[in-house]
Design a protein around this ligand. Sequence first.
Ligand SMILES: [Fe+2]
Length: 190
Amino acid sequence: MTDTTDTKNPTTPTEVVARLAKLFAEQGESEYLGEAVTQAEHMLQAAACAQRASASNALIAASLLHDVGHLFVGADTSEISGRDLMDAGTDNRHSHTGADWLAAAGFPERYLCTVEPGYFDQLSEASVYTLSVQGGPMSQEEAAEFAHGAYARDAVTLRRWDEAAKDPDADVPAFDHYRALLADLLIPLL
Ligand SMILES: [Fe+2]
């Protein structure tokens, strides 16, 4: 089947989703930060974890797209705004923006290392590296502040799926499985 959608300048949910599918297909094959899976496999596995856990559609989408910024490296980045991607991870029943969610999503690794004894020890080597780049474990004060944020729980949950989404032998649904779900989330935003 030939996809005639204009992925160069996406303006409809279908076109945005087609652009994402193209990114996954063309840019997703690079390795995921030294792990045994590709970028695309990693995000698809995270989404599958979310779906298995009966997460909301917004959280499934967020899991699917949580590292999509990595796919822009080497890609033509002019076609889709970061705002589109952030909003795809927004729960439309609430007034919080995708930016709020992403702000929280940057910190759960640092949070978990502070509040859960032993969490650090089970991180992969690459995760230990990103943790150090982010500034290491939070202080007790930072952790308390983080826990009160609107998206803290979702961000922490996704962080656990992220760590589980590095299995070179996992058999999970492909990107197409999520097309309708993503388009539904984008409809009120475009
Ligand atoms: Fe990730």
